[in-house]
Design a protein around this ligand. Structure first.
Ligand code: ARG
Length: 565
């Protein structure tokens, strides 16, 4: 249920009844509990337009406000603010409905948008490194979120599988892999060795160059080697996706090479509408207000990253029919996307009404505030980082005797991976952030463990209760009221997070929710002697809805929960 819109409707009805000839501004969440649940601060702005003083307008609105359904009390504060209190009977009923609904009463978008989410996109010549973490999990969260809200989501993994370096790599693969057993377990090393050979051995270097030309002209033998290399490399990525609980599959791969045949046509079409200019033999598009042009074809005939992205944009808009295309890519590529979007729109590859967005994110830093590196200055392989997370998570639970070894293994994965993901998603994505093991693996604070712990704690309440839950939710005190309203705000939060593509709005909400629940739980016992049956049942239901909300929230973030912790 969209809580804020519902409150806004009540307000709008008051405007109509009072003959106020203006659309009401939206209410906002109250900044303090004393101010009620929502505030309307629009009377000041209206006062200028309507030529009345703000308190007069506020009074007029309140006098015409229906106080029996959604809103039960309204008060004027200060120069003309209106504080609004929601009706406890109504919120109780809404919470009750939500507990009984699989989707927690969250609407499925009646007008779904077709959205392409482009994320992860690792380069096949190298191992996935920590830089790919953010794209992969922010993108996956966005795709999960939009899917949950009812959009038609097409995940696209734009892997880098084309380029001159593959000539060298496949020549080396052929040389080393006579018996077909090379696993390329360490792609980094393989790349280094191939490069070493390339620099030291003239014959090999010539062969590598020859192989570049051969793959490009469709030579069967070379393409086979290339395909083999890509398959193994992609297999490594899939291992990471699996560990990360990310939904990308092979079906979502639409690699750079997929667009090869479209590239001449992209250039041709830019040429025919007169946007193409030659500069030093290269074919370029100049964009107004930009000194640096977009190069779409080099003097030697080779195409570039931008050319492929233009072809991909055209494909996504025209073949896939996307109306929103979201690129979850490092902030350092902002210039690239700005240019490519402009060229694609100007060239008519993409219609005006298609929303193109670069979902930019900052860099992961080490404790010293420098980009994250290994001790000897190399890039940190993502798989190593994830394995380390599991080892560290195991340390936090190892002393718990109630678990079997198998349970500890499983738990360590859920906690460790959850911690890495949550710590990343909880940051405003455009900021750089400091990677900190101790902080992310803490039971306290805005961490996944805190959420997982709260969820498990609620499950333990239910195990203790061990019986049916009946009756209605009855809002007893102010804290219960706040918890219920917080629970009902979930859909508004998800909607906002989807528009802004900001996972951290979800984590911030979960943190507020769980903090509030923990207070509620301390002050309002459920299973203690002396709690009457009606109160007990009501509180159990609020706890149930809290658990379901945590679970749904974490599920969108791709983080698992456990029943016991
Ligand atoms: N392969 C690129 C990189 O590692 C990311 C691809 C992003 N997607 C795109 N359509 N350009 O930087």
């Amino acid at each position: 249920m969209k809580l804020k819109s519902t409150v806004n409707i009540t307000l709008k009805n008051a405007f109509i009844k009072a003959n106020i000839d203006h659309e009401p501004m939206s209410v906002s969440e109250a900044t303090k509990p004393e101010f009620g649940d929502y505030q309307f601060n629009g009377a000041m702005a209206l006062s200028k337009k309507l030529g009345k003083n703000p308190r007069e307008i506020a009074t007029l609105i309140i006098d015409n406000l229906a106080l029996d359904g959604v809103v039960i009390k309204a008060e004027i504060a200060g120069p003309g603010f209106i504080n609004l209190w929601l009706n406890p009977l109504w919120i109780a009923e809404q919470c009750s409905d939500a507990t009984h609904d699989d989707r927690l009463n969250i609407e499925v978008n009646p007008n779904p948008t077709k959205v392409v989410v482009d994320y992860s996109g690792p380069n096949m010549a190298k191992q996935m490194h920590v830089g790919h973490l953010r794209s992969t999990i922010i993108g996956d969260t966005l795709a999960n979120l939009l899917t949950f809200l009812g959009d038609e989501v097409i995940r696209q993994n734009h892997i880098g599988d084309w380029g001159t370096q593959f000539g060298m790599l496949i020549a080396y693969l052929e040389m080393k892999d006579e018996d077909g057993s090379v696993s390329l377990k360490d792609l980094e090393q393989f790349y280094k060795d191939a490069k070493g050979e390339f620099d030291a051995n003239e014959d090999f270097a010539n062969k590598a160059r020859e192989y570049v030309v051969k793959i490009q002209s469709g030579d069967e033998h070379c393409l086979k080697l290339w395909q083999k290399f890509i398959n193994i490399s992609l297999g490594h990525c899939e291992e990471v996706y699996e560990k990360l609980n990310v939904k990308l599959t092979r079906d979502d791969v639409r690699a750079e090479s997929f667009y090869n045949e479209d590239l001449p046509q992209v250039v041709e079409s830019l040429k025919s509408d007169g946007t193409l200019q030659e500069s030093d033999g290269a074919k370029c598009v100049f964009i107004e207000g930009n000194d640096v042009p977009v190069i779409v074809q080099k003097g030697d005939g080779g195409y570039l990253y931008a050319t492929t992205d233009l072809a991909a944009l055209r494909f996504r808009a025209q073949e896939l029919g996307a109306k929103r295309i979201s690129y979850v890519v490092d902030a350092r590529q902002a210039g690239h996307f700005k240019q490519v979007f402009t060229v694609a729109k100007n060239a008519g590859f993409v219609d005006e009404d298609v929303k193109l967005e670069h979902i930019a994110f900052g860099t992961m830093m080490d404790k010293g505030g420098k980009p994250f590196k290994t001790r000897d200055g190399g890039t940190v392989k993502l798989i190593d980082l994830l394995d380390e997370a599991v080892v560290k998570a195991r340390e936090t639970i190892n002393n718990k005797e109630e678990y079997t070894q198998e349970e500890i293994d499983e738990l360590a994965k859920i906690i460790g991976i959850g911690a890495v993901k949550y710590a990343d998603l909880a940051i405003n994505r455009e900021s750089n952030y400091i990677f900190n093991w101790d902080k992310m693996l803490s039971f306290e604070g805005n961490t996944s463990l805190y959420m997982q712990y709260a969820y498990a704690r609620i499950q333990s309440i239910f195990r203790k209760h061990n019986g049916p839950i009946t009756g209605d939710i009855v809002i007893g005190d102010a804290l219960e009221h706040r918890l219920a309203v917080m629970l009902l705000r979930f859909e508004d939060i998800l909607q906002r997070a989807a528009i802004d593509a900001s996972p951290n709005q979800i984590t911030t909400y979960l943190y507020e929710l769980v903090t509030l629940f923990m207070r509620f739980y301390e002050q309002n016992p459920m299973l203690k002697d002396g709690v009457d049956e009606v109160t007990k049942m009501s509180r159990l239901q609020l706890a149930d809805l809290t658990a379901k909300t945590i679970k749904q929230g974490l599920d969108i973030l791709g983080i698992k929960i456990v029943d016991k912790l």
